[in-house]
Write a protein that binds this ligand. Structure first.
Ligand SMILES: C[S@@+](CC[C@H](N)C(=O)[O-])C[C@H]1O[C@@H](n2cnc3c(N)ncnc32)[C@H](O)[C@@H]1O
Length: 241
């Protein structure tokens, strides 16, 4: 059932994770919402290739990232230069940084990868444990009501010589989004599958509260707009009391 080690490779990073345009706005949002001050320690849970960790470290945070894909950690370390960003290969269901952090993030749908809620919630618990009292955690996730309303069963992305096809299916009875991914380059074709448990915003808030987060706030994007039906993303921020 652990499909993610197979999905997240260099091809996916090159076509999807690199070259995103909202990084500066995301960093501004996180600095404000996590109440970061320079030298604050930030835990980046499921940090990928360091897409956000490194700009956060350039801003002045001390970042600790954990990521299951050893290759992504290699890429993050190479890109980090002399910034104060440290990356560990590890399992975010288990990993807690060795120092208490002021802020923590879980970004771009890195949560909900198992169909079982009790299993998924372990990742939220690790984020809670990563924080000092008063620390804040922000999680970025699809806005499920909007996803249902705008659902597209197919999409194609091309970057350089890589074509990525995604065929998506909703399992409404189990609240799952099932995707079949095909990557095509001039040298190879590879296929993988993914499963995402779809949590509505109210259910996400319940899960946050169940591990102890308080003062929950929901946003519709990194522009800080309130969550609404027409927004594709749901960002939830909670505080460890
Ligand atoms: C969609 S990517 C987002 C990466 C990063 N948060 C960003 O915003 O660029 C999801 C990442 O979560 C990582 N991941 C998924 N499950 C994980 C786990 N149990 N432990 C550590 N990393 C995990 C994947 O390997 C992948 O790099």
């Amino acid at each position: 059932m652990t499909w993610w080690p197979e999905l997240y490779d260099d091809l996916l990073a090159d076509v999807l994770l690199e070259g995103t345009t909202d990084v500066d706005e995301t960093v501004r949002f996180l600095v404000e919402q996590l109440r970061l001050t320079p030298r604050a320690c930030v835990f980046d849970q499921c940090c990928g290739t360091g897409r956000l960790s490194i700009p956060l470290a350039r801003w002045g945070a001390q970042v600790i990232g954990v990521e299951q894909a050893a290759r992504y950690v290699e890429r993050a370390r190479a890109a980090a230069g002399d910034t104060d960003a440290r990356f560990d290969v590890g399992d975010a269901f288990e990993y807690v940084p060795d120092r208490a952090c002021h802020g923590a993030i879980n970004w771009w749908t890195s949560f909900g990868y198992l169909p079982d809620d009790d299993a998924n919630v372990r990742m939220l618990r690790r984020a809670f444990e990563a924080l000092a009292p008063g620390g804040r955690f922000a999680l970025d996730y699809p806005n499920v009501p909007n996803l249902y309303a705008t659902f597209r069963p197919h999409d194609i992305t091309r970057r350089g010589d890589i074509t990525m096809l995604r065929e998506s299916r909703l399992d409404l009875a189990r609240g799952l989004l099932l995707k079949h991914w095909t990557f095509i380059t001039d040298k190879q074709r590879s296929e993988r599958d993914s499963t995402l448990r779809l949590y509505t915003p109210d259910r996400l808030a319940e899960l946050f509260a169940s591990v102890g987060f308080v003062e929950l706030q929901l946003f519709g994007g990194v522009d800080g707009a309130p969550l609404s039906f027409d927004r594709p993303r749901c960002i939830i921020v909670g505080v460890r009391p």
